[in-house]
Design a protein around this ligand. Structure first.
Ligand code: SF4
Length: 223
């Protein structure tokens, strides 16, 4: 299966669905609750790997780290938008690839989010602010998303137009799914350990992207 996350949902073969089910079930066994709201996966230590800068994800990770290293992490201002928009994802919640993704070999070649407007400096700054705001208060973040959904008269929200899940990200999705059952939330992820923490709700849809490299955990480093 090769279904990079920027693509829209399509029907899976039964064998692919079985592979995802097995991955999520395995990930679910290795988690523990650390608070009533946030659950951390007991994943084994990540193996460091070298990420070539010749590939698009390598370039954006380096750019993000260099750009943001000297800048103070800020929260979204009260008048700033939470959601981003582009033609591929529609309105979406985006967080930085460099701090959230475990890119696979397929990601490295095909990630649409590592090129063009989402890779521009101000987009990277916005993604960092979104992540910081989510971490500071996942429930308040979810409520801001709901207000923006209403003011833009949207019909769905894509969660992780770029980037991937982490503890507070999952907590925000779970909160929004509960308080606004009328909002269809389309969550895209490659991380079974976090996908398994999203609470079942009729309005929350998980688009799990899996390829043959997905279950190999890596940390990003450069030569
Ligand atoms: S998981 Fe992250 S690196 Fe991979 S395609 Fe999606 S946004 Fe890009």
């Amino acid at each position: 299966m090769d279904n990079p996350c920027p693509q829209f949902p399509r029907k899976w073969q039964e064998s692919d669905a079985a592979a995802v089910e097995a991955a999520v079930a395995a990930a679910k066994k290795g988690v523990s609750k650390v608070s009533s709201k946030i659950i951390l996966p007991n994943s084994s230590p990540r193996k460091a790997t070298k990420l070539p800068e010749s590939v698009r994800v390598g370039k954006i990770v380096r750019k993000t780290r260099e750009l943001l290293a000297s800048e103070k992490t800020e929260l979204l201002g009260s008048y700033e938008n939470v959601l981003s928009f582009n033609k591929v994802t529609g309105h979406s919640v985006n967080v930085p690839i460099a701090e959230t993704c475990k890119p696979t070999a397929v990601c490295m070649k095909t990630c649409y989010f590592a090129v063009g407007a989402p890779s521009w400096s101000n987009s990277l700054r916005h993604q960092r602010k979104v992540m910081a705001t989510m971490k500071a208060d996942p429930a308040a973040f979810a409520e801001r998303v709901a207000l923006e959904y209403d003011s833009l008269s949207l019909s769905f929200i894509r969660w992780n137009g770029g980037g991937d899940l982490f503890a507070e990200n999952v907590a925000a999705i779970n909160h929004l799914g509960k308080i606004r059952p009328d909002i269809p939330i389309w969550v895209v992820t490659r991380l079974p350990e976090w996908a398994s923490q999203i609470e079942q709700a009729p309005n929350v849809f998980i688009h799990f992207s899996l390829d043959k490299y997905s279950l190999i955990a890596v940390a990003i480093s450069f030569a």
